[in-house]
Design a protein around this ligand. Sequence first.
Ligand SMILES: *[C@@H]1O[C@H](CO)[C@@H](O)[C@H](O)[C@H]1NC(C)=O
Ligand SMILES: *[C@@H]1O[C@H](CO)[C@@H](O)[C@H](O)[C@H]1NC(C)=O
Ligand SMILES: *[C@@H]1O[C@H](CO)[C@@H](O)[C@H](O)[C@H]1NC(C)=O
Ligand SMILES: [Zn+2]
Length: 570
Amino acid sequence: MARDEEPLLARRDTEASMGQAEEDALLTGEPVHRGPRRGWGFWRQIGVFAWAVVATLAVIVVGVAYQKQLADKNTTQKPTGKRNLIFMVSDGMGPTSLSLTRSYMQYAQDKPFNKQLVLDKHMIGQSRTRSSSSLVTDSAAGATAFSCGKKSYNGAISVLDDHSPCGTVLEAAHKAGYLTGLVVTTRLTDATPATFAAHVNARDQEDEIARQMIGVSHPLGRVVDLMLGGGRCFFLPKGTAGACRSDNEDVVATAKKMGWSYASTRKDFDALKGGKSVKLPMLGLFATEDIPYEIDRRNESDIYPSLDEMARTALTALSEATKDSEQGFFLMIEGSRIDHAGHANDPSAQVHEVLAYDKAFSSVLDFLEKDSTPGVMVATSDHETGGLATARQLRPTYPDYLWYPDALANATSSCERLTRRYYEYREAHPEIKNLTDYVAESLRKGLGIYDATPAELEILVNNPDYAPYGYADMISRRSQTGWSTHGHSAADVNIYSSCSHTAKALQGNHENTEVGAFLREYLDLDVDAITKQLRGHSVLKPSWMGPLPAEGVRLDGQSHVEKYHGNFKY
Ligand SMILES: *[C@@H]1O[C@H](CO)[C@@H](O)[C@H](O)[C@H]1NC(C)=O
Ligand SMILES: *[C@@H]1O[C@H](CO)[C@@H](O)[C@H](O)[C@H]1NC(C)=O
Ligand SMILES: *[C@@H]1O[C@H](CO)[C@@H](O)[C@H](O)[C@H]1NC(C)=O
Ligand SMILES: [Zn+2]
């Protein structure tokens, strides 16, 4: 603000002090002739003029001070009329994922050390991530903190410690007249998207989550207008091709009956014309389970859309559909598989996931800049995955300070994909007893590893079950990337926004529930009213949220954090 006003004041000053004669002189090149005598009228004019300048300056100063005071008072400076909210989640992306990806990008694209990711330029704060049941959260509790703005136990899909449902920002947005959307690269029934539009006691109830998300068994009916992602198998009846439901319900058919339009192939996706010909509500299921990692998908873009393509399609579709409405839209976009690469400890898969997320992030910024409806994007992670370090001590001797991004650049395939190919090959060729040559070739072709030792090859050949971790460990060692777990960690994660001023409430270090609070406050939503409605629902008994977690795991409202009890040895 202040920066915009300074030149304005300066310009005003210069113009005001420049008399007409002087201006003419500048134009004509003639010297200015000033009369020797100045009458009363002249001095009166100067006086009036000086007074006017002082008064104008005073008004401006007071105005600026008042505005600043207002801005300080309202932690969230938000538009009062129609507005859009985009919430981005980078599942499992901790601060080190950024360092890893940034250095990789600089190496791979031959950029200088100060070249940043787009994300880097929009970092505004950090989020603390613990759940009610553990200092290390899972994605379900992590996303419930965003959707409901409340802490819950690991595994909870928008239910609280006492197993009562909590209303979500998406449900409240739907009720307030906003259009709503979810875009992910994993299963739409996975924890993060599920917490926005479903309520179950345990995240593995994906059959039920699918039904709630299309609205058939959700107490409030359909609350989502647009869903793009993977996880088709949870919408198809048991026994049919590419199905993974444990019952015979054809959720796709049910959705169509309810009025959803449906897309499941790249051809279907292209027919959406980047969002220009989307008929809402729209269900797009573009993979049986996960959409492949970006490192693999980029060679299969004739089969699968990218996160960026889906995000842009959703933005265009929702913005067109709300063109003449009083309310805008709420859209959640998740870079879902950064987390999976962390679980797999696969650094080359991860850098491509983060770059794909960075690209989608950049597209959201472009959208907000060009769109005539005001809006904001807030982005964060639910937790860190892998205990990632851009450092690795390989030997007992004191290590050198380095890591090698070039080893990541050698990989053209994810370790997940290499492993699947390896298993397929084993199954197709039971007659081949010695797979050493196959494994060595897969390392050269897939990871660019030419110096595998006999011991390394032997592990992969003799312990095929270890192959996913084996491949990933070989590339991690060569790049000297460190991992402390195949699970999650308690690290704080970054918060980003398209506008640090609008998202001022999230500057600095915050509890993840405060991110949830920001979302509802930005849209002025009454999430508690939704909670009441869900709890008081008379037709569907509490059992509509699926079975409770097993005895022993269950909290029953008594949230507590485990203490050390002697288990640290092998
Ligand atoms: C996939 O595409 C990348 C980048 O274009 C290329 O380097 C790589 O060799 C391709 N991978 C395969 C398996 O074709
Ligand atoms: C990367 O590939 C090149 C050959 O293209 C090879 O010489 C080099 O050793 C590889 N790097 C690693 C870390 O395996
Ligand atoms: C398997 O093949 C590799 C390379 O062809 C060879 O070095 C190794 O000795 C073989 N292993 C067995 C058990 O035959
Ligand atoms: Zn995870």
